[in-house]
Design a protein around this ligand. Sequence first.
Ligand code: AMP
Length: 126
Amino acid sequence: MAYAYDDQNIFAKILRGEIPCDKLLETEHSFAFRDIAPKAPEHVLVIPKGAYVTWDHFAAEATDAELADFARAVGKVAEMVGARPGDGGNGFRLIANAGEDGVQEVPHLHVHVLAGRPLGWMVQPR
Ligand code: AMP
């Protein structure tokens, strides 16, 4: 199934510089900025610069260079917020919500990098 990308979504506007953000990292194919409503002491969103809606869209259509750059950008952000267990940090959690059941609010792929406190259960049991 083809994805329709809405270029008026808020992250597209951030990428175009139309609205401000608290930028942390920019690479050739990726961009990272702090979440406006942080759910943890460190809450960073990492997005590809390309027009991808969800993880599966990105996995299916991104170039190898975009995929590698994005994976490394996420790792770099974990390092920048001091959360890398390999460096003595306390660890972090990655979340990429997709679609309705994933409760994705912004239709541009983003990985949440959360750190800075114990993050509890992965998903609320119910
Ligand atoms: P999701 O539910 O996975 O789509 O998450 C969207 C995230 O984007 C939420 O955590 C929001 O707080 C965050 N967000 C929305 N608008 C902005 C903005 N202008 N700058 C930074 N983060 C934002």
